[in-house]
Ligand binder design. Sequence first.
Ligand SMILES: [Zn+2]
Length: 374
Amino acid sequence: MEVILINYQAEFIEKFKELVSIDSYSFQERELADFLKAELVANGLRVIEDNTGEKIGGNTGNIIAELPGNDKLPEIVLSAHLDRVSPADNIEPVISGEYLISKGETILAVDDLVGVVTIILLLNSLQENQNEHGKIKVIFTVAEEQGLQGSRYLDPKYYKEADFALVLDGGGDVGQIITDSPYRAAIKAEITGKAAHAGAEPEAGINAIKVASRAINNLQLGRIDAETTANIALIEGGKALNIVPEKAVFSGEVRSQNLTKLKNVLNNIEKVLNEAATYYNGQANLEIRRLYNGYHIEHNNEFLNNLKISAEKIGLSFKTSKSGGGSDANHFNENGLLAFNLGCGIEAAHTKNEKIKLKNIVLIADFVKEIIFQ
Ligand SMILES: [Zn+2]
């Protein structure tokens, strides 16, 4: 059956194919960034690139661009990330029924090219109407897929005057807005036991893997409560079959919507680890790194309410949701910029089944336009 595309879908898919053919793994966004910088300049925006690339060991910084607008209207940040996860070599997007999918053994990279393409096409249509919208800042971040590193190093001076940000990087249908996202911390436990010959004198050793096992066994993992999760994800230790292992290391993460709960879980991990080390006469050290802060947007927020009005005006069903994951919106909110992560219809992100409904491609563009011209 032949699929008949409406004009905007065809335009989107053409631009999508062009951009997806440019490789853009995390820390290697250079080619895509240069391509987009030229597009932004062609659309009349002032463009700069920050020095985040150097700080995170990548070849590209965040791209910040500005389109002048009417001072009396809200200043809005439109944001998406440039990097994509693997496998993403030679992505071949094809239309299958009501979906855009990846034909080959790759992701589709609609996470987050749906955001990038929507923003670029929107800018094409904005040039003539500068009095009808406020100032628009476009922020394309790097290394989002690597723990939101691009937005972490982006200086808030670039966006501190904006009224709010629309981050175009969410799953869920268009009309869904993420108002809650968790705090996230990484943990790394290093256990030191004592090496000994496993056959000749095992009694002289302290088995670091046994310490790790006792600790992990005593930890509550998975879903701890409605807003808190914990995961032990990596483990290594030991050197050879005939040595009682002296070292073991395991790492993982904890997330919670609630900062007190996050701290409680981390404290408990430390307690359980120390108990296990003491039990076997070993030693343990726990390293904790806060990866990003969570946020909660009040449901009576004025701008959120405006988004609801915009959504309903174009027939979308408006819905707020809690996310178990982070996005660049976490860093924006932490740094004082009210940021909404918008559902863009991305499905099965980071898998070979990644896809998006053709309908959502149109709806997200309509929604963002409606917000800008409200
Ligand atoms: Zn993404």
